[in-house]
Design a protein around this ligand. Structure first.
Ligand code: HEC
Ligand code: HEC
Ligand code: HEC
Ligand code: HEC
Ligand code: HEC
Ligand code: HEC
Ligand code: HEC
Ligand code: HEC
Length: 244
């Protein structure tokens, strides 16, 4: 009966048998039980982790002794930045206040979060550290626990530097920001909650660019047909318009 099995199948079954035997021996004989016993493995992980010393005290502990800083921090722009994000792990300090945490006074520290980086969300307060008051520590002008900018800036470029510098070298250089955006005074104090308007319709650009417009220095288009039904800024970046 064995003879009837074709020879290539016999050889193949020898190979398969060796593989199975290898796996079984490897799993149950060669590998140490610490690698295969999942219960043992989980137990030792818990032991390993609980043996580590805890270095962070947690966000709520500091307020008990530092009411002044904690109150400011909670109400200000840095409310989402925890004390220990800036002062480093400080559990030892909460047990013995003479072990002082670090005070991050170097400009590089603030710049870590606030240097201009295009991958950061629009509206996150960013500065160019080379140009922004380069010779002084940030804390001389901004209280780190309540970092309101010391004065309300007059120019749009203080906060929209990139848009302003793009526009300066564009055909719209002489068109002021406020001819296209109406900006409530409060926008400069609470920019994220009080917002300026933005143009909404093609007719807005048509004021200067439609054939009928009286504005002489602006090149003219046929408003009903040019660009079809799309908004002008689907094709032309309004802060640096081009003929394309
Ligand atoms: C048990 C009370 C207590 C707690 C809790 C506490 N501190 Fe303090 N901390 C002090 C005292 C007291 C000093 C002043 C030490 C001195 O000047 O001799 C101090 C000083 C400091 C300083 C200034 C160090 C310096 O060089 O001037 C920093 C920063 C600080 N604490 C941060 C923290 C942070 C962050 C936490 C929370 C993780 C915290 N503290 C929790 C009591 C406390
Ligand atoms: C954005 C970073 C940042 C955060 C968040 C922060 N601090 Fe500070 N803190 C600083 C810096 C920088 C200084 C040094 C200021 C100086 O010397 O002018 C400082 C100084 C201090 C001092 C010394 C006394 C003083 O006011 O100069 C204490 C105490 C302190 N911080 C506690 C806290 C506590 C408590 C919290 C959380 C509620 C906290 N800090 C959150 C950056 C921070
Ligand atoms: C861990 C990141 C982090 C660090 C470090 C940090 N900040 Fe901030 N900062 C923030 C966040 C988050 C906000 C709030 C942004 C918002 O409201 O959308 C903020 C807001 C601010 C603002 C308010 C700007 C505005 O919108 O008017 C200033 C000024 C500021 N930080 C200065 C500092 C200074 C000075 C330091 C160094 C002592 C510092 N930051 C360190 C994260 C950080
Ligand atoms: C000489 C004072 C001074 C120093 C030093 C200073 N700033 Fe400012 N900062 C200002 C003023 C004034 C403003 C208001 C906007 C303006 O006019 O540029 C401001 C605005 C800001 C803003 C808000 C920008 C926005 O888009 O909302 C951030 C963030 C900021 N500073 C971070 C820093 C950091 C980080 C440092 C240290 C590297 C620093 N500043 C050093 C005076 C200062
Ligand atoms: C103190 C800083 C600051 C100043 C000064 C400032 N802005 Fe803003 N502006 C902001 C911030 C922050 C946002 C929010 C960006 C976001 O969340 O995407 C914003 C948003 C805007 C928007 C977009 C509104 C929207 O709904 O998308 C326009 C338009 C604008 N600003 C125009 C201006 C003009 C024009 C000026 C000058 C007259 C000006 N801003 C001055 C900080 C400022
Ligand atoms: C010719 C008209 C025009 C001028 C001048 C102009 N803007 Fe705009 N701006 C627009 C239009 C249109 C949009 C909407 C674009 C969109 O929705 O894609 C816009 C959008 C914005 C936004 C929202 C974010 C973005 O990039 O889409 C900000 C912020 C802004 N403008 C700031 C400014 C500032 C600051 C100036 C002056 C330096 C300025 N604008 C000048 C037409 C203008
Ligand atoms: C207040 C009048 C005014 C408004 C509003 C205006 N523009 Fe202009 N625009 C001009 C002037 C003036 C020029 C020509 C400047 C020059 O070349 O000397 C111009 C030039 C242009 C050009 C031609 C660029 C080139 O390379 O020749 C385009 C495209 C353009 N604008 C698009 C727009 C769009 C899109 C809007 C609406 C978001 C708009 N403009 C709103 C005045 C305006
Ligand atoms: C579908 C894309 C598209 C849309 C939408 C669009 N444009 Fe254009 N625009 C172009 C192209 C492509 C050119 C260059 C070729 C030409 O002159 O037709 C141009 C050229 C221009 C010029 C320069 C004309 C000249 O003779 O120098 C102006 C000004 C202009 N557009 C304004 C506008 C305005 C205002 C709107 C909104 C009413 C608008 N565009 C909508 C694609 C578009």
């Amino acid at each position: 009966m064995f003879r009837k099995i074709p020879e290539q199948v016999q050889r193949l079954s020898v190979v398969v048998a060796i593989i199975i035997a290898g796996v079984v021996i490897g799993r149950y004989v060669i590998l140490p039980s610490s690698l295969t016993d999942t219960r043992f493995h989980r137990e030792s992980t818990v032991q390993r982790e609980t043996a580590k010393t805890i270095q962070f005290a947690g966000a709520s502990v500091c307020a008990a002794c530092h009411t002044d800083q904690a109150g400011k921090n909670r109400a200000g722009y840095h409310k989402t930045v925890s004390c220990e994000a800036c002062h480093g792990p400080a559990r030892a300090h909460t047990e013995d206040p003479s072990l002082k945490p670090t005070k991050p006074k170097a400009r590089e520290f603030c710049v870590f979060c606030h240097a201009y980086d295009p991958s950061r969300p629009t509206g996150f307060p960013q500065i160019n550290p080379v140009l922004h008051n380069p010779l002084k520590s940030c804390a001389t002008c901004h209280n780190p626990h309540d970092p309101v900018p010391p004065e309300v800036p007059r120019e749009c470029s203080a906060c929209h530097g990139q848009i302003a510098s793009i526009k300066t070298v564009s055909p719209h250089a002489l068109i002021g920001c406020t001819s296209c955006h109406s900006v409530p005074a409060k926008h400069k104090v609470a920019p994220r909650s009080v917002r300026p308007t933005k143009p909404e319709a093609r007719e807005f650009c048509g004021q200067c660019h439609a054939k009928e417009s009286e504005r002489k220095d602006a090149p003219k288009i046929d408003l009903p047909t040019h660009g079809g039904r799309f908004l002008c800024w689907d094709c032309h970046y309004p802060h640096r318009p081009e003929r394309i």
